[in-house]
Structures are given as C-alpha cells and as structure tokens.
Design a protein around this ligand. Structure first.
Ligand code: GLP
Length: 247
C-alpha cells in the first residue's frame, strides 16, 4: 500500500487525477471503476480540465460505476447515474456505450447484477478502481457486517449511509432509497490497481482503521490491505490519525 498525503483536498484530487491521466497516456483503452460522493468531484473536475486542454482522450476508455440506488436510474435527479453525467460523462469524450452504471430501475435486479459482472468480465476486468470511503468504512455500498458479498449484489443501506447521501435528495434523508445495487468487494479487489481518495477530517478515524487496523468485514475498506497495488491519496486532515501508526 502506497500512501501519499497532500496539504489540501484540491491537491489530493489533482494528484489522483494525475495518476489516472498517467495510466491513460500509457493505456488509451483503460477500464476504470468509478465512485460517487463529494470526494471525487474535484477529481472529475481535474479530468475534465485535462480533457478540455487536449491532455486526455477518453474515447477508448470504459467505465464501471461502483453502485446505484435501487429504484433509480439515468435521468432521476438523485441517481448516481445523473451525478456521473453531470460531473464526468458530459464533460469528457467518453462514449455513452462505454460508460456503465448499474440500473437501479431494473425490474429483475438479479439479472441486472449478473449482467454487470458479465460486462466487467468481457471488458477484461477493471484496470484502475478509483474508490472513496464511507465514514463507516464502506466501499461502494459494501456496508460493514459479519460477512460481505464478493460479487455485485443488492444491499440494504444503513441509516448513516442514507444520511450521508441526503444531499442528492434535497437534504431529506428519508427520501434516500433504502436499498442499492453495489459492486461486490471481490469485484473491487479484482481490479489490477486501486486508488483510494479520502479527504477531510470526518474521514480521519476510518482511514486509520482501514489502513492500519485489523482486516475485518466490519471495516470493508480494510480488505484493501490484502491487495498488492493500492495507492492511497489523502489530504492532511484525512491523514491526521495515521501519524503514529505504521502503514
Ligand atoms: C457513498 C458512495 C461511496 C462513497 C461514499 C463517500 O456512500 N456509495 O462509493 O465512497 O459515499 O462519499 P463522500 O465522498 O461524499 O464522503
């Protein structure tokens, strides 16, 4: 695990963008796993800026988002699909047919999760999984528990997770769907490389637990410790609790 810390969230986001752009330059047909949330917004802005400046061509890139709310899909204001369209898909030259988001509106969610796993497989697997971290240590929507699902699955969201996502629903957490579809922890760990981006003081405690605590399903992000190629990009605030711990 390679941990890098920057003086501000903006710098951390630029560093994560630079890592992705470096990979893209070497491999134009990169397959990316992508997160939502507040944290990656400046990262997506940096990627869009690079594209506008002629420094990044996404025409051969394929993307797979980590998760989506059950019942929501493209065009729904609170959906992750709409979030991605706003912050990235409409800002760079990604081909619509190459951007994949789980369809939360799918009638048959079992079929949908199987379809998603097949698509990832057909794309040759994920080269770089870009990840955020929930305050309870979730990755995608892999919530803490006695056990985790290896593959893409349907999940019941914790109240805290619904509150953390309330901003997408006019700050009414009761309007946040109770369930979601999420890439499994095994699907995420199958990525050849993972970049974990975490910023802000609210993430300090969980970052320290995930990176230096025991590997446990109670902190899904701690499973990243088992992956051979993880780059952690933090701002000073998110790194604050790591100081006395070895990474
Ligand atoms: C959501 C997403 C996660 C994301 C997390 C953190 O729950 N499902 O993939 O990592 O939020 O979001 P934020 O960056 O807003 O703290």
């Amino acid at each position: 695990m390679h941990v890098t810390t920057y003086s501000s969230a903006a710098r951390a986001a630029s560093a994560a963008a630079a890592l992705i752009l470096g990979r893209l330059a070497r491999q134009p047909s990169l397959v990316l796993g992508l997160p939502t949330g507040h944290t990656p917004i400046p990262l997506y802005r940096a990627l869009a800026r690079a594209h506008r400046a002629g420094r990044a061509d996404f025409s051969r890139v394929t993307t797979f988002n980590l998760d989506e709310f059950a019942g929501l899909g493209a065009g729904d204001p609170g959906s992750y699909h709409t979030f991605m369209t706003t912050h990235l898909f409409s800002q760079v030259n990604l081909r619509p047919a190459h951007t994949h988001v789980l369809d939360g509106r799918a009638h048959d969610w079992r079929r949908e999760i199987a379809r998603y796993e097949r698509l990832i497989e057909r794309a040759g697997g994920i080269d770089v999984a870009v990840l955020g971290i929930g305050r309870n240590g979730h990755l995608g929507f892999n919530e803490p528990g006695d056990q985790l699902d290896a593959r893409t699955h349907r999940v019941a969201l914790r109240p805290g997770t619904r509150r953390a996502n309330a901003v997408l629903f006019g700050n009414r957490w009761q309007d946040v769907p109770t369930h979601a579809l999420s890439m499994g922890i095994g699907t995420i760990l199958n990525a050849r490389c993972a970049i974990l981006l975490a910023t802000g003081a609210a993430k300090a405690r969980i970052v320290a637990r995930a990176l230096t605590g025991p590997i446990t399903t109670r902190v899904p992000a701690s499973l990243l410790q088992t992956h051979p190629d993880v780059i952690v990009v933090l701002d000073r605030e998110a790194a604050a609790a790591l100081q006395d711990r070895r990474v």
